[in-house]
Write a new protein. Structure first.
Length: 94
């Protein structure tokens, strides 16, 4: 996906959420991406994953397509790797 548009989303997210949570692009492909999240509340907040969902809504606003969280991995005590994928809805045949 467009690097400039993605960096806009990351900068906006970080401006709003930092220091509690901030993101960094690890991998950017055509229909998926990998974001590393960390911050002051990563290691103990019960709702830290809500930041991941909020990021997907910001992606949707920027790119006009729905993104889903494909995988969440805890990298260490205060870092998470979150995989996002463009959601492709298939129509049922009548």
């Amino acid at each position: 996906m467009n690097r400039y548009s993605l960096s806009k989303v990351v900068r906006k997210f970080n401006k709003i959420r930092k220091p509690e949570c901030y993101g960094k692009t690890v991998k950017n492909e055509n229909d998926s991406l990998l974001i590393e999240f960390s911050g002051t509340t990563a290691s103990y907040s019960c709702c830290f994953d809500e930041h991941f969902n909020d990021f997907s809504f910001m992606l949707e606003d920027q790119f006009g397509v729905k993104f889903i969280i494909e995988d969440i991995k805890r990298r260490n005590l205060d870092k998470f790797l979150v995989s996002y994928k463009i959601f492709k809805q298939f129509k049922k045949e009548a």
